[in-house]
Design a protein around this ligand. Structure first.
Ligand code: NAD
Length: 257
């Protein structure tokens, strides 16, 4: 599958899954726009390294996905957006009655509303180009729930719903929209949860990974960022042209339980 000549914008892509998706799309020939809320020399160097490794144009554009105007400005600054990957996301774990209001607001803004804003600006560009692919990174938690993750689960279920609506509004326009639902992937977002989990259960960090974090993942293995990236490339391929408005789980069997 060659995505040569296509421009892909991946939100929240200086780390973890977003960075993995950017690499796989670039490996398939797409020019990529990397994004986060920071604006460091390392962010720009990261984009340069991806460009050199895969022989594509790679740019870093700073934009805070918690802010509607910056989400919209990201797509405008990109100038073209054939492939949009809404990936930026954060997590906070607490019971509902103790859940900080500002954390609820931030999670809904970054994990859900940002996808609405970027999609709204990208769609006219895709319509003009006569082709478009929107890949929303939801989660197994977009299909099922766990306690203490109310904002994240509400946002991810929202992303699945937004993906279906986007698909229906674009069904006749050579534009598709789908959600990838990963189970646990070993990224900084998950690594940050390991020391606390180990402490809470009086386990080593390795035991916490296997017995607590991967408890619901029947394969007992983490999915990799390359596998999520490969799934995104597939959704951009001709083979997936009639796949729209659905979810693809990459979760080692979690949602089959
Ligand atoms: P990560 O922490 O490694 O990456 C998150 C990315 O989002 C980073 O690049 C970060 O800079 C960016 N980001 C955070 N706040 C932002 C903001 N305000 N503006 C712009 N960018 C911002 O985490 P990850 O595990 O790679 O998560 C990526 C996505 O995958 C998230 O939407 C997450 O919910 C989803 N996901 C992750 C897992 C997993 O197990 N890691 C599982 C299912 C879904």
């Amino acid at each position: 599958m060659s995505l040569k000549g296509k421009t892909a914008v991946i939100t929240g892509s200086n780390s973890g899954i977003g960075l993995g998706v950017a690499h796989e799309l670039a490996r398939a020939g797409a020019n990529v726009v990397i994004n986060s809320f920071t604006d460091n020399a390392e962010d720009h160097a990261l984009a340069e390294a991806i460009g050199q490794e895969h022989g594509v144009t790679a740019r870093y554009i700073q934009a805070d996905m918690s802010k509607a105007d910056q989400c919209r400005a990201l797509i405008e600054k990109a100038g073209a957006c054939d492939i949009l990957v809404n990936n930026a996301g954060i997590q906070h774990v607490a019971p509902i009655d103790e859940f900080p209001i500002e954390k609820w607001d931030a999670i809904i803004a970054i994990n859900l509303s940002s996808a609405f804003h970027t999609t709204a600006v990208a769609l006219p560009m895709m319509r003009k180009a006569g082709w478009g692919r929107i890949v929303n990174i939801a989660s197994a938690h977009g299909l099922t729930a766990s306690p203490y993750k109310s904002a994240y689960i509400a946002a991810k279920h929202g992303v699945v719903g937004l993906s279906k609506t986007t698909a229906l509004e674009t069904a006749k326009e050579n534009i598709t929209c789908n959600a990838i639902c990963p189970g646990y992937v070993l990224t900084p977002l998950v690594e940050a949860q390991i020391p606390d989990t180990a402490k809470k259960y009086g386990m080593t960090e390795e035991e916490a990974k296997q017995k607590v974090i991967l408890e619901r993942q029947p394969s007992k293995e983490f999915a990799t960022v390359e596998q999520i990236g490969g799934t995104a490339v597939f959704l951009c391929s001709d083979a997936a042209a009639q796949i729209t408005g659905t979810t693809i789980s990459v979760d080692g069997g979690w949602t089959a339980l």
